[in-house]
Design a binder for this molecule. Structure first.
Ligand SMILES: [Zn+2]
Length: 63
């Protein structure tokens, strides 16, 4: 169950809008945040891979 922030009434899970007042439910915002979090995770993985490649590729001793 997801509670509507506007009319405080319960809605069935998986619905994007409140069936009572038609406003967007917080469940949708949660999934959007999760998607953003996943994109950030992939960014971190990509950065780690990039650093690993640079460590191998660049010369060890500069000084
Ligand atoms: Zn509502």
């Amino acid at each position: 169950m997801s509670k509507c922030l506007y009319c405080q009434r319960d809605n069935p899970p998986g619905k994007a809008e409140c069936r009572h007042c038609g406003m967007p439910l917080p469940a949708l915002a949660d999934s959007a945040g999760e998607r953003r979090q996943r994109r950030f995770l992939w960014f971190c993985i990509g950065l780690a891979v990039f650093c690993a490649v640079m460590v191998v590729w660049l010369p060890r001793s500069i000084a």
